[in-house]
Design a protein around this ligand. Structure first.
Ligand code: FEO
Length: 397
């Protein structure tokens, strides 16, 4: 693949990783692969904004060489330490030994601890600027979005924001721009990215976007470090981030459960029928056969959450526990949640689920549904009615 000129004398020189299926230590499934985006800005001085994951270094270097000799790189802007963006810094420096690395103070510490290089480093803060010639690079620190070192680079002359991980999507494609790919798929991947990487940092996301607005930063294009570039309507992804950060979601219900001998499964299916009978979209995941990252993405977008488990040892099935633990960490805003499940003699799963929901900051405003042994026809009708009632609550809220 050749470099792609995204604006006059600004080139995408990144790499497409078609085959990666897991990210961040298997916490994030990347069904559609990803890209590592690096951007080359050619002016009187030449800057490379971010690099790529180490195994793709050669690919990036070859793209750069199609535009300029590598030795011409003056600045290597390190928006983020994580290795998927810094992994080729050493390779660049082998060819451009005088290039200066630019990043935040935590970035310098982080890069040193990752690569142990004695590099020429310039620390920048929010508002600092480097003049390249016709264009200037401005920097906006973005600590904890999503690492302490994170930073955005901004080019005022083009109203171009290079925010590294923020506004990205794990999406391998031969297309470089948002308007060239399927819109529903793009927003699904952007939502999954937010849910799995930025959700716990929502307050910081809102604060940073508001700060950028206050700074009067005009944005015509957002070029993140993963996925496609937002050029057709960059406000679309910014507004989506603000909506997700506020806990706004769709009138949709996520059903997450596991079952021992099938009774809780029968309950789940009857509940789903009840939800759908009121026209409410429902999505069901049996935890052991489902993907964690996909569930978290649906959780972000769903107003309602129903969690089911058979009772074992007076509590939940161990397979359901990790999802409840996720909820406690994410503390999702504005969700309506309830518990269901079958039991043999003592019960206890629904109570344990409700306790976890409370710890996740979710107030229990809808009763649990607990049934003994295998649900009979009458009890399945009860499950259906339960789904209907839950749907009505979602619709009316
Ligand atoms: Fe894409 Fe935080 O690295």
């Amino acid at each position: 693949m050749n470099p792609v000129e995204i604006l006059e004398n600004i080139y995408w020189v990144g790499a497409v990783d078609w085959n990666v299926r897991n990210f961040h230590g298997f916490t994030y499934s990347t069904h559609r692969g990803t890209t590592y985006n690096a951007y080359l800005i050619v002016d009187d001085k030449v800057a490379l904004v971010d690099t790529v994951y180490g195994p793709f270094a050669e690919e990036m270097l070859k793209k750069i060489e199609k535009v300029i000799p590598l030795s011409k790189i003056d600045y290597l802007i390190a928006n983020h330490v994580e290795t998927d963006h810094s992994g080729a810094i050493k390779n660049v420096l082998e060819h451009a030994p005088n290039a200066k690395i630019v990043g935040t103070a935590p970035c310098e510490v982080g890069l040193q601890k990752h690569y142990f290089g004695d590099w020429n480093f310039q620390i920048v803060k929010s508002g600092d600027e480097i003049k390249l010639g016709r264009r200037s690079l401005k920097f906006i620190e973005a600590p904890m979005l999503h690492w302490p070192d994170s930073m955005f680079t901004y080019i005022e002359e083009d109203a171009l924001l290079l925010p590294n991980d923020a506004f990205g999507q794990h999406l391998a494609t031969s297309k470089r721009f948002d308007d060239e790919v399927d819109q529903k798929m793009l927003m699904d991947e952007a939502a999954k990215y937010y849910a799995n990487i930025l959700w716990p940092l929502s307050k910081l996301v809102t604060r940073k976007i508001e700060e950028v607005h206050r700074m009067g930063v005009k944005i015509n294009m957002i070029a993140p470090s993963h996925g496609v570039i937002w050029r057709s309507n960059p406000m679309k992804i910014i507004e989506s981030y603000l909506r997700w950060a506020k806990g706004e979601s769709e009138k949709k219900v996520l059903v997450v459960y596991d079952t021992m001998w099938g009774s809780t499964d029968r309950m789940a299916r009857a509940i789903i029928d009840g939800l759908q009978s009121k026209g409410v979209e429902a999505i069901l995941f049996r935890v052991p056969t489902s993907d964690r990252g996909d569930i978290i993405k649906e959780l972000l977008e769903s107003k309602g959450v129903l969690i089911g488990s058979s009772t074992v040892n007076n509590g939940i099935l161990p397979t359901v526990a990790p999802f409840l633990e996720e909820l406690r960490g994410l503390k999702p805003l504005n969700k309506i949640a309830a518990a269901f499940g079958s039991y043999g003699w003592g019960g206890g799963a629904t109570k344990a689920i409700e306790e976890s929901l409370t710890k996740a900051g979710i107030e229990i405003t809808f009763p649990a549904l607990s049934l003994k042994w295998v649900p009979n026809e009458e009890e399945l009708v009860k499950c259906f009615e339960y789904g209907k009632a839950f749907a009505e609550r979602i619709i009316s809220t």
